[in-house]
Structures are given as structure tokens and as C-alpha cells.
Design a binder for this molecule. Structure first.
Ligand code: XUL
Ligand code: MN
Length: 347
């Protein structure tokens, strides 16, 4: 690969999985998180995405001093492997208290659990020297509309964002929208919703978005336009590049594996905006195929990174003068043919 690149790549340890899905258990032997750190650099990655309990497993039973001690151990492991923690996200969908949502649960004690857990997540992030908190609002939504007061729910999410900004004056919050799964209808389904929350918050400069390609596609939207919207407001904290084959469960397929042109346009929009030049990562959130043999299975990550770099080469070799001529002439038929031939390597 000859392309010079200034991009840095990240993934979360959950991306190296044992292959369990809702219909079957693990198909590969368990591979502990600590051992995954040694794999990052050789695969071409330097950023680690975390859930709070990826850093401190069993954290609900820990006191603040224990949380800090465990997180500090992980900080050392990362440093020893030349790795940077990109973000920490509170896992607000596993505990019994989050069955009906977290910040928007109808139960006051469950909402309190969610807030306590969020503070612990911020403490863990700070112990790792990481300032970004990702909010994937997994269960903030409903299966039936009448179950919750949606207006109140949006107010509660905003109150939580403000409380987080107040709890730690240095963190940034990156909201990762997703329209469905596990809920039927999520309250923050698109980047537009996330950015509205940002501007409504007490410090919008610290509230941004993280756009996952598959999540945008599940909302029926084009990921590159979602990214462009965030970039136009200087609010793209990070991305989760992957792919999605139609409106079904969240597939987290290899980047570009389902739709190469959609992938091309994401890379084009990021590259044209200078994304990454302030240290932003190209984050991946990709599931290995359950059918893949071996342990640990990592080809989906190195392959998606390679595909990104190949597509980047395509973006960088577009004849922009020609594109401008086609735009000026409003000849989008010719523009489409040019782009398709360029992608296929046809002269
Ligand atoms: C869920 C998803 C999460 C977030 C982090 O669909 O993408 O893994 O990226 O919580
Ligand atoms: Mn994601």
C-alpha cells in the first residue's frame, strides 16, 4: 500500500469476539481482553475504544479507590503496548436496572443507578487519562410508544448531558446515535438529534457525535451525509466505520463490504474535511463472521483497515478538476460514469 497516511485507527476489544450471537454460544475459545492489547499495533491500530467494564470488569461491586486502582493498571498496560484510549462508554444495557432504559427509565431508582454508573465511567476514563465519553443510548427508547412520556425522556437525556458536563469540566461527550436495536424506536436516532442536544446543552463545544455507518444506514440515511452534517458544525468526535446490507439487524460488516460506493463517499467526506488532523481516530466497529475459524480472529479488522486505505487511494486520485467541470456543466450522468469507472479502475 503506497498511500502516505496521517490517519490513526482504533477498535474496541469487543470487536475481537468469540462469535456468540442471539442464536448460539461462542464458536471460538475465550480470548481475554488483556491479551488483546498486544494485537493492536501489529494489526496497524493504536487507539483502544472501551466500555467502562472493559476497563474494570465487575465494576458495579467496586468502590471508587478500587475503580481507580484497576483503571490505572489498564493505563499501564496500554502504555506498555504503545496504545491510546480513545473513549470510554458506560455500558447501560446489561444490568437488571437498565431493562427499561437508563436515563429515561420510568423507575427513579433505576435512573439513579444509571447516573451513578455514568459517574463511575467518567472516573474510569479520567484514571486512564481519557477525556472522551461515548453515549450509545442503547435502551433509551420504547417498544411501544405509550410506555413512556417521550418529551420528558428527551428532557431527562439533556439533564444527564448537562450533569455530566458539570461533573467533570474537561470531558467531551460523543453521542453515538442508532435508530433501533435493542429498542424498537430509539430517542436519539440520528446525528441531527445528537447535535440538537449538543446545542441545547450547557456547553455545546464539549458535546459532539460519533457516527457509525451501519447505524446511519439503519435509519435509512447516507452515512457520508450524516458525517458531513456533523463536520459542518465541527461536531464529529469520531466514527465507527463498518457496513450494513439493508434494513435488518445491526450487522457491523467489513467497511465497504456491502456497498463500496457508500464507503468511498464516507472516506471522501472525511478526507475533504481534514478529519483526523486534530488527532481524531478512524474507529472501526466490526463483527467477525461467526463462521471464521481460529483464535483470536482479527482478519476483519486488518482487512477493513486495508480497505479504508485502498479507498483512500481512490479518493486521493480523483481528478477534482474533472469533477468541477462536470458540476459546472451540471452533467451528473458524466460525473457518475467517471466515479464508477474510477472505482472500478477502468480508463
Ligand atoms: C452498538 C454499538 C456499540 C457502541 C459502543 O450498536 O455500536 O458498540 O459503539 O457502546
Ligand atoms: Mn458503534
Amino acid at each position: 500500500m503506497s498511500t502516505p497516511t496521517n490517519y490513526r485507527f482504533s477498535f474496541g476489544p469487543w470487536n475481537i469476539s468469540e462469535g456468540a450471537d442471539p442464536f448460539g454460544t461462542e464458536v471460538r475459545p475465550v480470548f481475554p481482553h488483556e491479551e488483546k492489547f498486544a494485537l493492536y499495533r501489529p494489526l496497524g491500530f493504536e487507539g483502544v475504544q472501551f466500555h467502562d467494564d472493559d476497563v474494570v470488569p465487575g465494576m458495579d461491586g467496586f468502590n471508587p479507590a478500587q475503580l481507580t486502582e484497576k483503571a490505572t493498571e489498564v493505563k499501564t498496560m496500554l502504555a506498555n503496548n504503545g496504545l491510546t484510549p480513545e473513549f470510554v462508554a458506560p455500558r447501560l444495557w446489561f444490568a437488571e436496572q437498565t431493562t427499561d432504559g437508563a436515563y429515561t427509565s420510568n423507575s427513579a431508582s433505576d435512573r439513579q443507578y444509571a447516573w451513578d454508573r455514568t459517574k463511575k465511567c467518567i472516573d474510569i476514563a479520567r484514571a486512564l487519562d481519557c477525556k472522551a465519553i461515548v453515549l450509545w443510548l442503547s435502551r433509551e427508547g420504547t417498544y411501544i410508544r405509550e410506555a413512556k412520556d417521550a418529551r420528558l425522556a428527551y428532557q431527562r437525556i439533556l439533564e444527564t448531558v448537562n450533569a455530566m458536563l458539570d461533573y467533570d469540566k474537561e470531558i467531551e461527550i460523543w453521542i453515538e446515535p442508532k435508530p433501533n436495536e435493542p429498542t424498537d424506536q430509539a430517542y436519539v436516532p440520528t446525528i441531527g438529534h445528537a447535535i440538537a442536544l449538543s446545542f441545547a446543552s450547557s456547553d455545546h463545544t464539549r458535546v459532539k457525535g460519533l457516527i457509525e455507518s451501519a447505524h446511519a444506514l439503519l435509519a435509512g440515511l447516507d452515512p457520508s451525509d450524516e458525517m458531513a452534517f456533523a463536520l459542518a458544525h465541527d461536531k464529529l468526535g469520531s466514527v465507527h466505520l463498518n457496513d450494513q446490507n439493508g434494513l435488518k439487524y445491526d450487522q457491523d460488516k467489513n467497511f465497504g463490504g456491502a456497498n463500496l460506493r457508500v464507503a468511498f463517499n464516507q472516506v471522501r467526506v472525511l478526507e475533504e474535511a481534514g478529519y483526523g488532523q486534530r488527532g481524531e481516530f478512524i474507529g472501526l466497529d466490526i463483527k467477525a463472521m461467526r463462521t471464521q475459524r481460529g483464535c483470536p480472529v482479527t482478519a476483519h479488522l486488518s482487512n477493513s483497515r486495508e480497505l479504508f486505505l485502498n479507498i483512500l487511494e481512490k479518493v486521493r486520485t480523483v481528478d477534482n478538476n474533472l469533477v468541477q467541470q462536470f458540476r459546472d456543466a451540471r452533467d451528473y450522468e458524466a460525473l457518475e460514469l467517471y466515479i464508477m469507472k474510477h472505482l472500478m479502475g477502468v480508463k
